[in-house]
Design a protein around this ligand. Structure first.
Ligand code: RP5
Ligand code: MG
Ligand code: MG
Length: 269
């Protein structure tokens, strides 16, 4: 159910995706991964034994969509972007929206004498962002992750960055404190909210989908996060600074987020 098979599946329903379109023969595959059915704390139980309060704050779990109210059919929420070719939850834990947050940490690319690097064609300054290589599919991505129940998005942004790009989960208490001190100034700045809504994630199904809040934290002077040693952790296999450039393929909707950052900062894209 990873990106390749999922892309094939998505393209076969690409032209007939809306729920408004009458499609009596539509017969999606039903799949929920065994890891989800085992009832881990990040997943809902199966529908039947369980009737969540959709479109609401359901106890600690936020089942509201950034896209507005979604419909429910036969007790199941319907993906607001339409059919995907798969029903059930696939690899996702929650019925309906699965909320994530994406921290986009940027700096200006500089040469060895510390001067900004300009792109030869666009003549614009080049931005760099912290990118991780996802272990699940091998694609480069923003080091984002799921918002825990009752967690503030501002905390998720900083926590996921610390876990995936600085490997704080493997760090000693002392090192963790140090990491926290070094990054909290950047992360407590308001940042630039780049995107809030549905993500075109390969795990999406007819009944479960990813949504995110993507925020850009920019190290203008290059002396805060830029100086921290990057180390991949948790669901990241590698981590490095990458040039922000339209030719770099990225996971899910992440290119769109980077394009917006480049536009906002008048950087090369
Ligand atoms: C994407 O999946 C989001 O944009 C975010 O980057 C990521 C969250 O999922 P995990 O990294 O926790 O798998 O849709
Ligand atoms: Mg994570
Ligand atoms: Mg992640």
């Amino acid at each position: 159910m990873h990106s390749k098979s999922n892309n094939t599946r998505a393209s076969s329903v690409y032209n007939n995706v809306s729920w408004e379109t009458h499609w009596p023969d539509y017969n999606p595959v039903n799949y929920t991964a065994p890891s989800v059915l085992k009832n881990p704390d990040w997943a809902d139980p199966d529908i039947g034994s369980f009737s969540p309060r959709f479109n609401s704050l359901d106890g600690p779990v936020d089942r509201r969509s950034h896209e507005g109210d979604y419909s429910i059919q036969d007790g199941r929420p319907l993906n607001p972007r339409g059919r995907t070719g798969l029903n059930g939850r696939g690899l996702l834990g929650r019925w309906g929206p699965n909320h994530a947050a994406d921290p986009i940490v940027t700096r200006w690319k500089r040469d060895s004498s510390g001067k900004n690097v300009f792109h030869a064609v666009s003549k614009r300054p080049v931005l760099q962002f912290v990118s991780i290589k996802r272990k699940d599919c091998g694609e480069w991505a923003i080091p984002g992750g799921m918002v825990d129940p009752e967690e503030l998005v501002s905390l998720t942004l900083q926590r996921e960055f610390s876990e995936e790009a600085l490997n704080c989960l493997q760090a000693s208490l002392e090192e963790r404190k140090n990491i926290h001190e070094r990054i909290s100034k950047l992360f407590s700045s308001p940042g630039f909210q780049v995107y809030k809504g549905y993500v075109d994630d390969p795990r999406n199904t007819d009944n479960s989908w990813m949504e995110t809040v993507a925020v850009n934290f920019h190290d203008e002077t290059g002396d805060s996060v830029s100086e921290l040693p990057l180390e991949a952790g948790d669901d990241a296999g590698q981590v490095s600074w990458h040039d922000v450039d339209s030719s770099q393929p990225l996971y899910a909707s992440h290119s769109l987020f980077l394009q917006r950052v480049a536009e906002e900062r008048q950087a090369h894209w």
